[in-house]
Design a protein around this ligand. Structure first.
Ligand SMILES: Nc1ncnc2c1ncn2[C@@H]1O[C@H](COP(=O)(O)OP(=O)(O)OP(=O)(O)O)[C@@H](O)[C@H]1O
Ligand SMILES: [Mg+2]
Length: 255
């Protein structure tokens, strides 16, 4: 089976000054298959965010290759990459960059309108359906300054889904939330994944990662190990079990 997203010997260096470069990613090979729910863990500074940004085309690799569907990302121009991100990818970050002068509904609609792939009426129907599904329909007309962190993260998820992306990328999407809101967002993402959207997220949180199918471990810019957990079964008494399994695996791997 072809991977939905694949990196081959992905290297990334940043120029520090005129004479120095710092290599941040070393020959990273990842494969993400359609329908997977993957988390990336590892110590602070190990390159998790850099990996994510290179996989989604927000940053440019130094060498190696990133293949997403039939796109070879390093061969695309900036406008082409922007188009792929808008139409085929969704993003949910810790700091959700919502537009403060737009309502919650308009924040969700905007990428749909920008994409111009569907008539406005369909985008509007879809936005309403997403707000319903994520439990924030009653907030549609509010300003984003009148919503809680958990509610805003739901807005972010609706916005990420508006163009029916193949994959959602998340960089610590629950990082700013309390444990209750975090669990709710993970339930929602699990639901989104069950309905067919592939998800790749970076997290420091064992509880969050334990709900994903597969955990990739980064250390010092290298992908050093991975742990397959499989999908969470419906009705999740096994969740604490998964957490324990993952926690001891992380300990074995000295994280
Ligand atoms: N734009 C940049 N320019 C120079 N160095 C950078 C840049 N972005 C990241 N780095 C360096 O790359 C390394 C990896 O950073 P990255 O943000 O990917 O780590 P991370 O695993 O996401 O950490 P955290 O868990 O703290 O978010 C760090 O040493 C960081 O200082
Ligand atoms: Mg990071």
């Amino acid at each position: 089976m072809n991977a939905l997203l694949k990196s081959t010997n992905l290297n990334k260096s940043y120029r520090i000054d005129a004479n120095n470069e710092q290599q941040v990613l070393f020959d990273v090979n990842v494969q993400v298959h359609r329908g997977e729910f993957i988390s990336v863990m590892g110590p602070s500074g190990s390159g998790k965010s850099t990996l994510l940004y290179n996989l989604c085309g927000m940053d440019r690799r130094s060498s190696g290759s990133v293949q997403f569907k039939d796109h070879t990302l390093e061969t695309l121009s900036e406008p082409q990459l922007a188009r792929v991100r808008l139409d085929e990818m969704g993003f949910v970050f810790q700091q959700i960059h919502l537009l403060r002068n737009l309502s919650i509904m308009d924040n969700v609609l905007l990428p749909g309108y920008l994409s111009k792939r569907c008539p406005r009426r369909l985008i509007e129907e879809r936005a309403e359906e997403l707000l319903n599904r994520t439990g924030i329909a009653s907030l549609a007309d509010r300003s984003i300054t009148q919503a809680s962190g958990g509610q805003l993260q739901r807005v972010g998820i609706c916005r990420a889904l508006i163009n029916e992306p193949d994959i959602i990328f998340g960089d610590e999407p629950t990082g700013a939330l309390n444990s209750k809101a975090s669990a709710e967002i993970m339930e929602l993402l699990t639901e989104v994944n069950r309905t067919g959207t592939t998800i790749l997220l970076v997290t420091h949180d064992v509880r969050v990662a334990s709900r994903t199918h597969r955990v990739l471990l980064m250390k010092d810019g290298r992908l050093v190990n991975e742990k397959a957990l499989g999908p969470v079964a419906d009705g999740s008494e096994e969740v604490t079990e998964r957490e324990a399994v993952l926690a001891s695996w992380l300990q074995e791997n000295e994280v």
